[in-house]
Design a protein around this ligand. Structure first.
Ligand SMILES: Nc1ncnc2c1ncn2[C@@H]1O[C@H](COP(=O)(O)OP(=O)(O)OP(=O)(O)O)[C@@H](O)[C@H]1O
Ligand SMILES: [Mg+2]
Length: 732
């Protein structure tokens, strides 16, 4: 690291100097000198000038908008120290490392620092002229009397230039990343009255904004709000229920993009592990990241990803705030996020370098039901029941419905995102940079198909949610059961190393004192930490639970049979003269799915059932005959086809259309009943598109098809083995 000298500033008289410090010219010079950027972005300059003039500032900028610069430049423009409060140690470490590389004297204080390193920092702070320009700290440290008295000393010596509260929405329980420890920051104003406060967030909810300003006791702050539009991100939704194999689709999409940096978000840890193993097996360099991994493992995954050793991280939302990799080209959500805010933050991790990037969400009807269930339960009545808990549940569900609308509604996706943040825009703003604008007819057809699927599920009552636990329960199994279908708080106790939050939430939980104001995020965080605590103390339970949560129960199988029966009834209607023993055939097909994927877990099993239902929608009578032919002759089943088939099964292979191509224009007339057009994609090469044989549902009559599936099955078994071994290793 080479230390860069501070850019020499004019030394005219004091007043002129103060003005000059804030002049655009001087500040741009600093930006260029230290960071090499030609000019400020958006409202950066306004925020910087505001705090340099001593005025509080609330700065709302989208993810990747450049909020950090708003306190980094003031640290360079004025002598003294800028104190930065940050919620995560990883976030502090990243920023400090990046600043040090630029020769800027920055440091952080946290429990991860050695005693020696801490002593050195304190010595510098106590010295007559501290060299530290930016000091990053956790909110917990601020709350300790020792550190507050140190800050007060620095302040009385006139050396505290600015207090920047990064990710300021963490202070509000209405926000999606509430941290109880942030509440303690309200004492800053009383101890350090004249130091300007800069609150930075990308969370747009007005309630959160008010909460932040009030909690920090900001005085008449300059409120800066930037547009939330991320023009370089292409938004797309794919419908799991209309895809033959969502896993294959994801894998193909990632492969088609080449060796790019990506994030895949999942709801559950087990799904992260399974998906990551699968993607690795298909040659994608990736790793799982979630709060179930220990600190060391998470750090190592993060480091590997930051340093490009691995390209794809398959993560829960624990892979969260402050991930500053600029060149993430695609963020995939394999499960629907719990709110538009969460989605915006997560998808916003793509394209922070402003280059074209993608957000791809896989939407499944069952995922949606599951999330609704979780959110309704998390605010449900318990022994401490109160109307505000019901209200909290309602708020969560309302927030989630925006997300459902994003997936199930028609019209521009970008417009929906922006409108959910209160920005009124015309669809032309999008410029065909979402699937709904670029492939309007195709998306409309998908939505029509989705309605049919949803209606079927509804009619059959085939909800796949089997959670009975309530959030008030402290029984490990129930917590875990809930947790494994719930969201995760961003980060864990270990991330917030010297945090008291962990203890606080666990105590709250065990005392069953869920405060009425707590939102679903906090409750989820409580559950996460309580679960982790439970795991720490009970490894054998963990193992048995791992088995349970992947098990496919009889009711699940019954629901699948019901779904298949319905699909078969539709086949009967579609193929006029086709007679089929619906119950037996449904049982046969369900059994096939179970045999094939039963041991791999619910996700794979469901995917196979969905795939079979899709296949039934377009299968010809001869194809059906072939598939069902192997039902034992003794079974009371008859398949009689009177329909004339112009092609033999071998001549009429099933087609699963290729991945939707964001570049291609709409070709709705080529739509063939599935989610994707068959136009030649420009991003997704043909060889990796999902009509490749390897992605097709199992149809035993086609020998080539059988062979390809067999290969795939073998691969899957290997993957499962691999995944199991990995999990076992982690548990040991
Ligand atoms: N004026 C600028 N010109 C070009 N790039 C910039 C400018 N300001 C900041 N950046 C870069 O933009 C990227 C995102 O900045 P930063 O991490 O501060 O965003 P953020 O708003 O804090 O996002 P998040 O909400 O995700 O934390 C960084 O790599 C930063 O160096
Ligand atoms: Mg930031």
């Amino acid at each position: 690291m080479q230390k860069k000298s501070t850019l020499p500033l004019s030394d005219a008289n004091a007043n002129r100097k103060k003005k000059e410090l804030r002049s655009k010219e001087t500040l741009v010079k600093l930006l260029r000198w230290h960071f090499g950027y030609p000019d400020f972005r958006g409202m950066q300059l306004d925020a910087i000038q505001s705090v340099l003039s001593g005025k509080d500032c609330f700065c709302l900028m989208p993810t990747g908008g450049g909020k950090s610069m708003c306190y980094q430049i003031p640290a360079l423009a004025k002598t003294g120290i800028v104190l930065v409060v940050s919620p995560l140690i990883a976030l502090m470490e990243n920023q400090v490392m990046a600043l040090k590389e630029k020769g800027i004297a920055a440091d952080f204080l946290s429990s991860t620092k050695t005693a020696d390193a801490k002593v050195k920092i304190h010595e510098d702070l106590d010295s007559g002229k501290p060299s530290t320009r930016l000091l990053y700290v956790t909110p917990e440290l601020i709350a300790t009397p020792g550190f507050m008295s140190k800050l007060t000393k620095i302040y009385t010596r006139g050396l505290l230039t600015l207090i920047a509260i990064d990710e300021a929405h963490c202070i509000s329980s209405w926000g999606h990343d509430f941290r109880p420890s942030y509440r303690k920051l309200s004492s800053l104003r009383s101890h350090l009255p004249d130091v300007p406060i800069l609150a930075l967030t990308a969370t747009a909810a007005p309630k959160v904004q008010r909460d932040v300003v009030e909690s920090l006791r900001m005085q008449n702050p300059l409120v800066l709000k930037s547009s939330f539009n991320r023009p370089n991100i292409y938004y797309e939704v794919r419908y799991k229920d209309l895809l033959d194999d969502a896993f294959a689709d994801l894998s193909n999409t990632l492969k088609s993009l080449g060796d790019v940096c990506a994030i895949v978000y999942c709801l559950e840890r087990s799904m992260c592990d399974d998906l990551s193993s699968n993607l690795s097996q298909s040659g994608i360099s990736c790793a799982a990241y979630h709060a179930g991994l220990n600190n060391k493992m998470r750090t190592s995954v993060l480091d590997d990803w930051i340093s490009s050793k691995i390209k794809v991280v398959v993560a829960t939302v624990a892979f969260g705030m402050g991930i500053d990799r600029k060149d993430v080209r695609i963020v995939c959500h394999f499960n629907i996020p719990k709110s538009m805010e969460a989605f915006y933050q997560e998808s916003g991790r793509a394209g922070r370098d402003q280059l074209p990037s993608r957000s791809l969400l896989y939407y499944g009807v069952d995922d949606c039901k599951r999330m609704k269930f979780i959110l309704s339960k998390s605010g449900s009545k318990n022994s401490q029941s109160s109307s505000s808990q019901e209200e909290s549940s309602k708020i969560s569900l309302t927030a989630f419905n925006q997300m459902v609308e994003y997936c199930e509604g028609s019209g521009c996706r970008r417009k929906r995102i922006l409108e959910s943040f209160g920005e009124q825009v015309t669809a032309s703003l999008c410029g065909k940079t979402c699937d709904a604008c670029r492939h309007a007819n195709l998306v409309a057809r998908c939505l029509e198909d989705l309605k049919t699927v949803s209606a079927l599920c509804h009619k059959n009552g085939s909800s796949r949610v089997f959670i009975t636990s309530s959030t008030s329960a402290i029984d490990g199994e129930q917590l875990s059961e809930f947790w494994n279908r719930g969201g995760e708080a961003s980060g864990s106790e270990e991330d917030i190393s010297d945090s008291e939050d962990g203890n606080e939430v666990i105590n709250n939980l065990t005392r069953s004192k869920l405060q009425s104001r707590l939102g679903v995020n906090e409750k989820l965080a409580m559950l996460q930490r309580a679960e982790e605590n439970f795991y720490k103390n009970n490894n054998s339970y963990k193992q048995s639970n791992k088995v349970d949560k992947n098990a496919i129960s009889d009711p699940m199988r019954g629901a699948s049979r019901q779904r298949l029966q319905n699909a078969l009834k539709q086949v009967q209607q579609r193929l006029d003269n086709f007679k089929i023993e619906v119950d037996t055939s449904a049982s046969f097909l369900e059994d096939e799915c179970y045999k094939k994927y039963g041991k791999a877990g619910k996700s794979f099993y469901y995917s196979q059932v969905a795939s079979t239902v899709r296949w039934l929608k377009s299968a010809s009578s001869s194809e059906l005959m072939n598939r069902l032919r192997s039902i034992n002759a003794s079974a009371s089943m008859s398949v009689v086809s009177e329909a004339k088939q112009s092609l033999s099964p071998a001549e009429q292979p099933f087609k699963s259309p290729p991945a939707l191509d964001p570049c291609a224009e709409d070709t709705s007339n080529e739509y063939s009943g599935n989610a994707r057009s068959e136009t030649s994609p420009c991003i997704v090469p043909m060889e990796s598109c999902s009509f490749n044989n390897t992605n097709l549902p199992q149809i035993p009559s086609f020998s080539e098809f059988v062979n390809s599936r067999k290969t795939k099955g073998d691969q899957l078994n290997d993957t499962k083995k691999h995944s199991r071994v990995e999990k076992k290793m982690r548990m040991q």
